[in-house]
Design a protein around this ligand. Sequence first.
Ligand SMILES: Cc1cc2nc3c(=O)[nH]c(=O)nc-3n(C[C@H](O)[C@H](O)[C@H](O)COP(=O)(O)OP(=O)(O)OC[C@H]3O[C@@H](n4cnc5c(N)ncnc54)[C@H](O)[C@@H]3O)c2cc1C
Length: 500
Amino acid sequence: MSNIQKKTDVILIGAGVMSATLGSLLKELAPEWEIKVFEKLANAGEESSNEWNNAGTGHAALCELNYTSEKSDGSIDISKAIKINEQFQLSRQFWSYLVNNNVIRNPQDFIMPIPHMSLVQGGKNVSFLKKRFEMLSNNPLFQGMEFSNDPEKLKEWIPLIMEGRTSNEPIAATKIDSGTDINFGALTRMLFDHLKSENVEVNYKHSVKDIKRASDGSWEVKVHDIDSGKIEYHSAKFVFIGGGGGSLLLLQKTGIPESENIGGFPVSGLFMVCNNPEVAAQHHAKVYGKAKVGAPPMSVPHLDTRYMDNEKTLLFGPFAGFSPKFLKTGSNFDLINSIKPNNVFTMLAAGAKEMSLTKYLIQQVMLSNEDRMEELREFIPNAKSEDWDIVVAGQRVQVIKDTEAGGKGTLQFGTEVVSAADGSIAALLGASPGASTAVHVMLEVLEKCFPQHMKEWEPKIKEMIPSFGVSLVENPELFQEIHTLTAQTLGLDEKELAYS
Ligand SMILES: Cc1cc2nc3c(=O)[nH]c(=O)nc-3n(C[C@H](O)[C@H](O)[C@H](O)COP(=O)(O)OP(=O)(O)OC[C@H]3O[C@@H](n4cnc5c(N)ncnc54)[C@H](O)[C@@H]3O)c2cc1C
């Protein structure tokens, strides 16, 4: 059975944090536009955006060592850290706007203040961290960062990590209290509740099977209603493919030239979760270490205090792994199905280039639970196996494409907006820095797909996100003002008062 539905202005595919953010922005900018959402699962925020499927770090480059690299002359390049921090400030501003407008009633339902720390061991790593600290702490965006290589100070900051540590190797950490833990699942669900109340038609258990260009230039989307078994056809002037790991397969169906020569490589993840509340209570920070050789940057181990299911808990990981699925709920044929004549050489080139990643993933897949405990003991020397369980995290599909700098088949670790030349369809690929920068990425979708509306929308965008289009690092006073205001609105200010 099939039926043709009427046309709509916008179709959002997938009910993750990206579609939630784009839908919420569009509802503010063009309230009269009709929006439909199709999600194959029974609820919003069930895939990567779910709180148990990601690490919940508000990525602002406050603790992630992979955002600051050491140059050949020994100096530290902080340009990526600045970029990510500025992008995170856009999210803070939009979320604050939503709180001020009662879309989000209680910010603590999705965002909590938590110190962000970087921790390293060994003389070389300590001197890297010190140089990194000197660069960052002189920058207005990273004010309040502290450094210590004094074991007594570190015991105050991270008692659980320092207890039982016998090694004489130098150890050091940086700490900044303005970090955040974010429940992206809760945020996504709140935004979809709001969209539904604004007459957005959200169709759960509706799986998108095909996307074709219609003769009038609009897009026809073929949807399978999972409960009734019916096939429906919906058309829209603009389609956003926010299918997370599933976006690549959908993008390929559009046949747009921009979808060619792009592949995806899935990396799965596992976290260890502490089941002993007494142990969890002894730690209060997100502590990021250094990635192992060959490890992809998103596999940096970290020990995180998290706020989920109304509880403070403790997670360690992620451990990477390999599964051919593009979504946690995906199919074992996803990787094979994504290989097309136009991307096969790109994929093969990546396979040949990324031997260290392949080796790393094989090693990770082979780890036993006791091996994982040994990795955890590098953070918590006294960790007991019985206090820790394993949870399966979400899938990340890393983009593989041909680039000028990296050549054919280069693995990308960022997010990519791929859109048709006429702006009628866009897809989001990649997963890092991910949900934290959803607002920045969705503003990029608006700029690429609706250039004709940007002038008219700019005043409203600036009302929601005052720093839109402005460099915060070059305007430290504006940064200070925005940072203080968003901290107050989002309930993050108590900790921040300690250093401001
Ligand atoms: C292990 C791990 C750790 C991470 N840690 C962090 C972190 O600390 N901080 C951070 O900011 N980000 C983190 N991320 C990244 C972040 O989770 C993602 O960037 C973000 O959740 C992606 O949101 P999305 O809306 O694009 O995708 P998703 O949340 O995956 O949503 C996509 C939706 O599309 C649906 N869908 C797919 N195909 C179809 C179809 N054909 N028809 C209908 N529906 C479809 C899916 O069911 C899903 O609900 C992490 C990710 C992983 C996996």
